[in-house]
Design a protein. Structure first.
Length: 295
C-alpha cells in the first residue's frame, strides 16, 4: 500500500464510508492534506490517528518537544528569541535539518527558507511542509521576507553582479552545509544560470551560519558566499543583492499557544521588533504573522 492514500484508499483502509471520511475531513479530525485539488492521507499519520483512540493504557506517552527553535540562522530571529523573554533557545543547523528535528519532536519550531532547483521559490516552504512525513499537524507562520545575496569584501573589489560571475572566475566561494537554505539557494541560482556547481572554486569547511560565512570572508579565507543583507551589514561587509525570500516558522498546531511561542509571537507584533528589523536591514515585515499553511 502506498504511503500517501487517496480518498478511496483511505476509506477502505479505515473501513469507513467515503461520506464519513469527508465528514472527518471537514471537521479537521483526521490528518490529511489537499494537493492540487485532491485530498491525500499519509498512511503513517492515519495509523497514529487510529492509535490515539486506544485506551490510555495502550498509548505511548508523548514527550513534549524541548523549548528550542531549530532550522535556519537569522539575526532578527536570534535577537527576538533573546529579547522577548520567551525562554526558547536556538539551534541553527539549516532549514532541512530543522524540519527533520521538528518531525521527530526534537525542537518546538523550525525556521526555514527553502529553494527548489526549479519552480516557485515563494511556495517552496509550503510545498515542503505540506508533504513532509510526520508534519501532518503543522502550521507555517510567516516571519519576514529577507534579502539574500552575495556577501563580499567591502567595496565589492571583484565587481560581482550575480552568481554567473562566479563561474570559472577562480573566486573562492564559502560553502554552506547541505540542507541549509542558503546552499539550496546557491544551487538553484546556478541551475537557473546554466552553471555547473563543480565549476566553482569552493572553500571549506562548511559554514553553519551566515555569520560564520561573513567571518570567513572578513578573515581572507574566502572571497564571497550566500547570506542575508543583515549578516553582511553586521559584519561590515559588502553585499550584492540577488533575491527576496520567504522566511517562515513551522510548528505544530497544538503548540501555538504554549507560553514560549505565545511570548515570541506577541513580541514580533511590537514596534520595538519593527525598529530592530529596520536597523539590521534587509527585512520586509509585511508578511509577519501570516498563516501560510495549516496541515
Amino acid at each position: 500500500m502506498p504511503e500517501l492514500l487517496n480518498t478511496d484508499e483511505a476509506a477502505a483502509y479505515l473501513r469507513l464510508s467515503e461520506r464519513k471520511l469527508y465528514e472527518l475531513v471537514a471537521s479537521g479530525a483526521i490528518p490529511c492534506s489537499k494537493v492540487t485539488g485532491r485530498w491525500l492521507f499519509p498512511k503513517a499519520a492515519l495509523d497514529r490517528w487510529v492509535a490515539s483512540g486506544l485506551p490510555s493504557s495502550l498509548k505511548t506517552v508523548e514527550i513534549p518537544a524541548p523549548p528550542v527553535v531549530g532550522g535556519s540562522h537569522d539575526p532578527l530571529l536570534e535577537w527576538a528569541l533573546r529579547e522577548s523573554g520567551c525562554g526558547l533557545a536556538s539551534l541553527p543547523e539549516g532549514s532541512e535539518s530543522g524540519l527533520r528535528r521538528l518531525a521527530r519532536r526534537e525542537v518546538i519550531a523550525a525556521a526555514i527558507h527553502l529553494h527548489p532547483l526549479q519552480g516557485d521559490h515563494a511556495r517552496a516552504n509550503v510545498d515542503a511542509v505540506a508533504g513532509a512525513p510526520g508534519l501532518h499537524d503543522a502550521v507555517i507562520i510567516g516571519f519576514s521576507l529577507r534579502e539574500q545575496g552575495l556577501v563580499v569584501s567591502p567595496g565589492n573589489p571583484h565587481g560581482l553582479k550575480d552568481v554567473a560571475d562566479l563561474a570559472h572566475s577562480g573566486m573562492r566561494v564559502a560553502r554552506r552545509q547541505d540542507g541549509a537554505g542558503a546552499q539550496l539557494l546557491l544551487l538553484s541560482l546556478l541551475a537557473g544560470a546554466g552553471i555547473d556547481p563543480a565549476s566553482l572554486t569552493v572553500t571549506g569547511p562548511d559554514c553553519v551560519t551566515g555569520t560564520d560565512l561573513a567571518d570567513r570572508i572578513r578573515l581572507g579565507h574566502a572571497d564571497c558566499g550566500i547570506a542575508t543583507r543583515a549578516v553582511a551589514q553586521a559584519a561590515g561587509m559588502g553585499f550584492v543583492s540577488l533575491i527576496w525570500e520567504r522566511f517562515d516558522l513551522v510548528l505544530r498546531q497544538r503548540d501555538y499557544f504554549l507560553p514560549g511561542l505565545s511570548a515570541l509571537f506577541a513580541f514580533v507584533r511590537t514596534e520595538r521588533f519593527r525598529q530592530r528589523a529596520a536597523e539590521l536591514g534587509g527585512y520586509d515585515l509585511s508578511v509577519c504573522g501570516e498563516i501560510r499553511l495549516v496541515n
